[in-house]
Design a protein around this ligand. Sequence first.
Ligand code: 13P
Length: 252
Amino acid sequence: MRKKIVAGNWKCNTTVQEGVELAKSVNELVAKSGVKNVVVVLGTPFTHLTSIVAVVDIKLVGVAAQNCAAEAKGAFTGEVSASMVKSTGAEYVILGHSERREYYGETSETLNKKVALALSNNLTPIYCCGEALAIREANEQNAYVKTQLEETVFNLSPEDFSKLAIAYEPIWAIGTGVTASTAQAQEMLAYIRGLISNKFGKAIAEETSILYGGSCNAKNAPELFAQADIDGGLIGGASLKAEDFLGIITAY
Ligand code: 13P
């Protein structure tokens, strides 16, 4: 059965000290809650990874970077490579987030390199896709997301593709308080699963965890997570408070 995943994306928030405290609180709450059916992941800034891996029980709470370099190593000032991320003990990397595409010019070409490097370093990519408001208003979201996937992760071998999780995050729902309706989220995730099935076959499609992200919180998570194709969430704002995040983790 495919995994349920609730992953926090802290974005550019918290100092190392604050992040360590937050991670400890999440770890403690997850341990106390006895949740066993959900993979919990914290997507922290690069600077925090080593310290956070040291304070969480990695079997209960996984750790993700929010990006990695498109090159393996070398003269790329300021970049952090996939092998560096792996060496911290983190096991996941969020790739292709719309904020990286939009503000840092990430293209399908760069993302193909990042995904390949993440996989060759045994990191699990949480690969993001999702459309802007104008595309949704023009009702072109399916074609847009299809192209995003076709240009990137659909180039992988079936074996490599089956190592990824996918996160659908409509840009218009990120940080806006406007969640996609349950029907909109389910419809898109079912559509993505259908695309995966056409490309890689039904067995791989059924095993791929597909997450929803965008103003997901403890209140709307139960209804979202009850949908057949929603295998969890990628959580921004609500992952910055341990209790709020736990409320989402326990929404299943
Ligand atoms: P919010 O949950 O703050 O809307 O952010 C979603 C997101 O971008 C997670 O990657």
